[in-house]
Structures are given as C-alpha cells and as structure tokens.
Design a protein around this ligand. Structure first.
Ligand SMILES: Cc1cc2nc3c(=O)[nH]c(=O)nc-3n(C[C@H](O)[C@H](O)[C@H](O)COP(=O)(O)OP(=O)(O)OC[C@H]3O[C@@H](n4cnc5c(N)ncnc54)[C@H](O)[C@@H]3O)c2cc1C
Length: 401
C-alpha cells in the first residue's frame, strides 16, 4: 500500500515525493512516462561528452532564500548570470533592450536620462493595455517593437502580438541602464553537476520508489494508494471532456561543432531571420571545458510535446472548467505547470509544490495526530513496535502510540 501515487518526476512531482517521504514518513510511488526523471529540466551528456538540456536551456533564478536553501540540500551550485544577444540589422545587441541596445542600433551616444526621453518620444499612447503589442509599443515605440518583438512572437506563437494576452511580452523588461543580464533575481545559479543529478539526490529515499517508462494509467488500477499527486496535463486527466487545452511546442535540433566556442553568450535570439527563434550554447550555462561545443536550435511548432500554454482568454476559460472538476475530485492534488495550465518557472513550481505539501501535511496531522519528522512509515513503525511487544513488555500493539 502506497500513501501517495505521484504522477510525473519533474519538479512538482519530485519535490512533493521528497517532502512527503522525508517529512511525513509517507510511502511514495513516482510513475513517469518518460525514460528519465527531472521532467523538462532533464540534462545528460551527449555523444561528444557535453552536458546538454534535452528540453531546451534551463537557467535557474529566484528571489526566495527559502526555495534556494531547499534545493541546496540536493546540489551545490555554479554561479551563472544568463546573457542574451539579439541578431538585429546585422548586429548582435543586448536583449532585454537597454542603453547599449539603443545606442548601437541607432548609432547614438545617449545617457540613461536621455534614453528615458527617447522612449517617451517614440512610445505610442494606449488608453488600455490589452495585448502583447500594446505592452511593447506603449513602452519603446513601433520601430523597436518591429525589430525585436513582432517577428519573434509570430515565430514563437504562430500569432501576431496583437492577438496575444499582454502577459507574454510583459515578462520582458526594458532598461535605461547598461545592465545586460537576462534576469535580475537575487539567486542565479546552475546546479553544479546538472539538474538530473540534483533530482537523483532528491528522490534517493528509502520510502520513494520510481517507475519509469510508464503512463500512470497502465498501472493505476493495480496499485493500492491513498492519494494521488497529479502533475500531468489536466485535460488528459479528465479525458478531454471540455476539449483540448492548446499548447505551443518546440522542436530542438542539437549540433556538436568541432570548436571550443561558438557564440559570445549563452543564447542568441533571431527575431527576424530563419525559422528558429534562438540558438543556445550549453557550455556557457554549465561552465564545462571541452575542445568541442554543442548548440541547440529551437524551432517553434504547433504540434508536439506540450510546452507553453497559449495565453488567450478562451483558453483560460476552458482551463477554469477543468479546474472546477479538479476541485471536486477527492484525493487528487493537481500540481505543476501542466496540471494548472500555467507557464511557471522552475522556482515557481518548487514554491507551489512546497505550499501544497504544507497543506497536505497539515490536514494529515489534523486527522491522524502529529507525525515525527523523518519518522518511519506506519507499517515500519508497526513492525518495530510489534517486535518490542513480542519481546515481552506486555503491551498490545494497539496501545503503543
Ligand atoms: C523550452 C523551455 C525552457 C525553459 N526554461 C526555463 C528556465 O530557463 N528557467 C526556469 O525557471 N524555467 C524554465 N522552463 C520552465 C520549466 O521547464 C518548468 O517550470 C518545470 O519543468 C515545470 O516542472 P513540472 O514538474 O511542473 O513539469 P514537467 O517538468 O513537465 O514534469 C511533468 C512530468 O509529468 C510526466 N507525465 C505527464 N503525464 C504523465 C502520465 N500520464 N503518466 C506518467 N507521467 C506523466 C511528464 O513526462 C513530465 O516528466 C522552461 C520551459 C521550457 C518549455
């Protein structure tokens, strides 16, 4: 008998499995349909011996000391600040747009104060900010919008920015200083030995069993368990009864090149040329030294693995109908990006999983009384107390707390 059946071995499933096993003494079975743990954060050494991210570049960044401390139990870190350049008008310039981007592109020599005036002079007035186009043109004007955002967004989403919710481009800041870091979070690091190693350590607990290459539906009827942690797509759980939730997918094309370095920064964006959106060179992210290098091209696709929920009002409405079903489904906890149909960064999924663990753990404690930290599972405890009883202390098992 398992206490929990966890569907999916990504951040959501693995964090919950780890917490439930190590803190509540629960017995956990993790079922993962892919041939590996770590979900979309999975990394591995390719044929040339270079550490690559199978599902696209994953850079860890967060502002929460608690999340960083939690993950630090399972990995050491390599400090890394991601930098991205965009190939525009034959030049490589920083993105997010900053002082150097504008000075390089237009051959200017503005100061930060002058750049604020420049943006004010080119920005288009908008009464209401509703679409991704509104967000950008109201901040940096039409020319920079066309150069950096319009083509990239059309490739990435197969939709014009005017057809997408504001939140898509609202994630990308504009700066008037020379800060060329892609993220400004307090903690920016990569797991020193990779994500997969970090997940191995997270799941390395005697109460956790992991079953790979298995869709949970194949085994669920035969496995006795009390509650489920479900981190797969929410529409699939309910057999698509309200229709499919749309996702944008990506195809990754990896290439190993016989040169130590390929490009000056981790990622170069191609907003206007080629079918791919960006090229990432992994050695920048991992710090690995190797005579060769591996890069990955990202080609956006309409079909394929579900990567990005498509942020449009009608999709949010459809998700809400699934969410309503989830709320009345007893003993199943829906966690993570696919089960909540949201684009979350890794730290946000860890935060969500830790919050849900606290909720589950608290309600379990209220029902069954306190469980000591790292206590053995109920069955193990019963065996131990049984052994004491049969040693002749005269107490029946039932009276041992
Ligand atoms: C291209 C790309 C780049 C990204 N870059 C970053 C980044 O730089 N920084 C960052 O913080 N975040 C990044 N993210 C987001 C990050 O990938 C997610 O936050 C994180 O992987 C979510 O974890 P999860 O556990 O919710 O989902 P997942 O990692 O997808 O894990 C869910 C798991 O459930 C399994 N599963 C689904 N259905 C079933 C089933 N029926 N039976 C068994 N198993 C099942 C899946 O195979 C999968 O392994 C990126 C995402 C993408 C797509």
């Amino acid at each position: 008998m398992f206490d929990y059946l966890v569907v999916g071995a990504g951040f959501a499933g693995s964090v919950l499995a780890e917490r439930l096993a190590s803190q509540d003494g629960a017995k956990v079975l993790v079922v993962e349909k892919r041939p590996h743990i770590a979900g979309n954060a999975y990394d591995h050494y390719d044929d040339a011996g270079i550490l690559v991210h199978k599902y696209g570049p994953h850079i860890f960044h967060c502002n929460s000391p608690e999340i960083f401390a939690y993950l630090s139990r399972f990995t050491e870190w390599r400090p890394y600040q991601h930098r991205v350049l965009a190939s525009v008008d034959g030049q490589l310039v920083p993105i997010p747009i900053n002082l150097d981007t504008v000075n390089c592109l237009y051959g200017l020599n503005l100061t930060s104060f002058q750049l604020e005036d420049f943006f004010a002079s080119v920005a288009e007035r908008r009464e209401r900010i509703e679409t991704s186009e509104d967000v950008v043109v109201s901040k940096v004007g039409r020319d920079l919008y066309n150069k950096f955002f319009r083509g990239y967004t059309r490739k990435q989403w197969g939709l014009d920015p005017s057809e997408l919710d504001a939140q898509v481009t609202a994630r990308i800041p504009t700066r008037t200083n020379r800060d060329d870091r892609y993220f400004t979070d307090r903690f920016q690091s990569m797991p020193l030995h990779g994500y997969t190693r970090m997940f191995e350590r997270m799941l390395d607990h005697p109460n956790i069993k992991v079953m790979l290459n298995t869709d949970y539906r194949e085994v669920e009827p035969f496995i006795p368990y009390r509650e489920m942690i479900y981190t797969g797509p929410i529409d699939a759980y309910f057999d698509y009864r309200h229709g499919k939730l749309p996702y944008r997918s990506l195809e990754f094309a990896f290439e190993t090149i016989d040169t130590p370095n390929y490009q000056p920064v981790g990622t170069v964006n191609y907003p206007n040329d080629y079918d791919y959106t960006r090229i990432t060179e992994f050695k920048h992210l991992t710090g690995q030294e190797h005579p060769k290098t591996t890069i990955v091209y990202e080609y956006p696709r309409a079909e394929g693995d579900p990567y990005y929920p498509v942020p449009r009002a009608e999709n949010t409405e459809r998700y809400k109908r699934y969410q309503a079903l989830a709320e009345v489904t007893p003993n199943v906890h829906f966690v993570g990006r696919l089960a909540t149909y949201k684009y979350y960064n890794m730290d946000q999924v860890v935060a969500q999983a830790l919050t849900i663990f606290e909720r589950i753990s608290t309600s379990r404690r209220l029902l069954t009384g306190p469980v000591s930290r790292n206590s053995p599972p109920a069955e193990v405890a019963a065996t131990v107390t049984g052994a004491i009883s049969s040693n002749g202390n005269g107490k029946s098992d039932a009276t041992v707390p």
